[in-house]
Design a protein around this ligand. Sequence first.
Ligand SMILES: C[S@@+](CC[C@H](N)C(=O)[O-])C[C@H]1O[C@@H](n2cnc3c(N)ncnc32)[C@H](O)[C@@H]1O
Length: 214
Amino acid sequence: MPADLTQAYADRYSEPEPPLLHQLWRETHLQLLMPRMATGHWQGRLLSMFSHLLQPRRVLEIGTFTGYATLCLAEGLAPDGQLHTIEINPERASRIRRYVAAAGLEGRVQLHLGDAGGILAGLVGEVWDLVFIDADKVNNGRYFELVINQVRPGGLLIVDNVLWGGKVLPGYPLKANDHDTRAVIAFNEQVRHDPRVVPLLLPVRDGLLLLRRV
Ligand SMILES: C[S@@+](CC[C@H](N)C(=O)[O-])C[C@H]1O[C@@H](n2cnc3c(N)ncnc32)[C@H](O)[C@@H]1O
């Protein structure tokens, strides 16, 4: 069964992409380099589904890009809920703020500009219900360690791109200087044996690793 036909079928029988997100998707593809970094319709609906199920009071996203996943993760926020999202590239800020405002989420979404390691050090008082790790893949393990003790029992961490285009699979001819792939492999191994989380790797899109906090 061809994967792209299966994905098209899954898209068709899933909730349609909300118009604002479709607009952001188009704008991302017309105006930005590497638009495929944005989450997109089907995975966005998956993030929205988790958000609605968990009704989180605190959501953390590491790696905002244009804010597509941000808006999806915010959909199920509890009435007093807040989402914090971290982006290192300040050039992305005005677009993110524009779409957060268009979604009616001003005051409920906090955009932090800077390196995630430093920003996370300033968020130590928070207790996270839902975390999405989707920034520089070499730091997946570092971000996990920085946040795991602030995730409530039963909370959910989601890590994107854990299949890394298939390069993590056994037998792939890895280049010596491919540090990203080695880091993704090391992270997947690290959490597999971590008693603080229960892992479930979903082989959808570029691989989503779900980690339920014990
Ligand atoms: C894959 S994109 C995020 C996509 C977004 N989460 C979505 O699903 O639409 C990764 C983003 O992480 C940002 N990033 C990379 N390194 C970072 C760091 N050290 N701290 C914060 N953000 C970082 C990049 O600038 C980029 O915008």
